[in-house]
Write a protein that binds this ligand. Sequence first.
Ligand SMILES: [Zn+2]
Length: 249
Amino acid sequence: MLANGFFRIKLHVYTPAYAVANFRTHLTVAAGVGAAATSYGLYAGWWTLVHAPSLVLLTTLGGIMPDIDADKSHSVRLIFTVLAVVAAFIALSIGRGYLSTMGVLCLALGLYIAIRDGVSVGFRMTTRHRASWHSLLATAGVTVATSVISYRFFAQPARAAWLDGGAMALGMVVHLLLDECFAIDLEGARLKRSFGTALKLFDYRRPIATVLMAGAAIALVPWLPPWPAAFGTATRALQAALGGSQPGA
Ligand SMILES: [Zn+2]
């Protein structure tokens, strides 16, 4: 009787400990935040209507991106399908200068299949869920990669490329915050064991993965688009607010 009672108490304490936001929640919230932020930017004149759909899509994609390390999830399939399409597009845009039409089509198709069905399996075997990819370091790395791809391969102007990276960053931060919110049991006024595993600076328990991730992000820096002059005012204002140089200096 006593043992049975103890067992029930243990179940009550530990069963909900790993509850996290699911795919649909992440997708819906990120899309909502992306639509709201994009609408506000349109109203404020920060970007045009032409750029708005891609900003909403990138925020939504960022909203599921950290779960790229989940072993089996809708997020993984969707992310690798998008990455495969992007890789095929890049192969088409670069390869047409060097290969025949048939050759470049075969290359694009091969890359698409290899990334969607091959790289995704390798990724699943070498990553651990809610580890390195649930961090601000991963957010910075994916933001840099998005800006580079947008600027170098999708021929976006520098300002638009930085905004694309920013949209991806917004979605990823929303995901990390949502995971942490789901780690708080408001009814029981306590923290679940998953609290603190999503919104972290970097994964200090896996130094090799962290160093590789930081190295990849730093390696991409030379390919980043130039910092747009339009952002200069905001940068100087931020510096002034932080006690640096004065605006306009
Ligand atoms: Zn997550």
